[in-house]
Design a binder for this molecule. Structure first.
Ligand SMILES: [Zn+2]
Length: 222
C-alpha cells in the first residue's frame, strides 16, 4: 500500500514536554499562537479584536479550524483496514451518492461545498457505507483542491479494498469563485476519477453515471 497516498500525515512528528508538536523541521503552533494569528486577521480586516463581540472570536475560530481540518488526524489505514466484509456472492456495483461534501480550498482557505458520489465493483468484499463517508471526510477536511480530493478518494479505495473498479464524481461550488474574485454564483465544478472497470468498460461507466443521475452522454474522463 502506498503510504503517501493513504496517509499524508508526516511520519516524523513528535510531541515534546513543552507541550508543542514538532513536524519535521516545522513546529505546530500552540493554541495561543493560533489565536494571536486570528487577532491579526481581525485587525487586518479593519476591526478591533478587543471589542465585546470579538473578544471570544479567536478562540472560536481556532476550535472551528480543528473541525474544518480534522482530516489531518484521521488514520486512514486503521479506518479502512479492519472494516471489510467478505461477500463473495455479491458482485454488482455499489454506489453511495449525494454525500455531503465540506472542504476548504487550499488557495483561499474558504469553503468548497457540494456532493460526492462514490461507486465500486466489489471483488469478494465490501466496506461499510459509513466508512465510505468517513473516507471522504478524511480527505475533505484538509486544505484541498477538488481534483486532488477526487483522485485521493478513488486511489485509496482502490488500493485498500482492491475492487474491480472505482468511480468518484464530485460536484462542488467554490466560495472563492462565488463570494470573491470573479463572483460567479451558481457555478459548479465537476471532477471525476475512474479506475479499473469504470475506466476501461464504457458500459460500467454508463451504469455508474446513470445511478448517480448524470446524463448517459456525459463525458467523465479521469
Ligand atoms: Zn480558492
Amino acid at each position: 500500500m502506498d503510504k503517501a497516498v493513504v496517509d499524508s500525515r508526516p511520519t516524523d512528528s513528535i510531541s515534546t514536554n513543552d507541550g508543542l508538536t514538532y513536524t519535521g523541521r516545522r513546529r505546530r503552533p500552540s493554541q495561543s499562537e493560533a489565536e494571536a494569528a486570528v487577532r491579526t486577521l481581525i485587525e487586518w480586516a479593519g476591526d478591533d479584536p478587543d471589542r465585546e463581540g470579538l473578544v471570544g472570536t479567536p478562540e472560536r475560530v481556532v476550535r472551528a479550524y480543528e473541525e474544518f481540518f480534522a482530516g489531518y488526524n484521521e488514520d486512514l489505514v486503521a479506518l479502512l483496514s479492519t472494516t471489510f466484509e467478505e461477500t463473495a456472492d455479491y458482485d454488482e456495483m455499489i454506489v453511495l451518492r449525494d454525500i455531503r461534501l465540506e472542504s476548504h480550498c487550499e488557495h483561499h482557505m474558504v469553503p468548497i461545498l457540494g456532493k460526492a458520489h462514490i461507486g465500486y465493483l466489489p471483488a469478494g468484499r465490501v466496506i461499510g457505507i459509513s466508512k465510505l463517508a468517513r473516507l471522504l471526510d478524511a480527505f475533505a477536511k484538509r486544505l484541498q483542491i477538488q481534483e486532488k480530493l477526487t483522485s485521493q478518494i478513488a486511489d485509496t479505495l482502490q488500493e485498500v479494498l482492491k475492487p474491480r473498479g472505482v468511480g468518484v464524481v464530485i460536484e462542488a461550488a467554490h466560495q472563492c469563485m462565488t463570494t470573491r474574485g470573479v463572483h460567479k454564483p451558481g457555478v459548479t465544478m465537476v471532477t471525476s476519477h475512474m479506475l479499473g472497470a469504470f475506466r476501461e468498460d464504457p458500459t460500467t461507466r454508463r451504469e455508474f453515471l446513470s445511478m448517480i443521475g448524470k446524463p448517459r452522454s456525459a463525458s467523465f474522463d479521469a
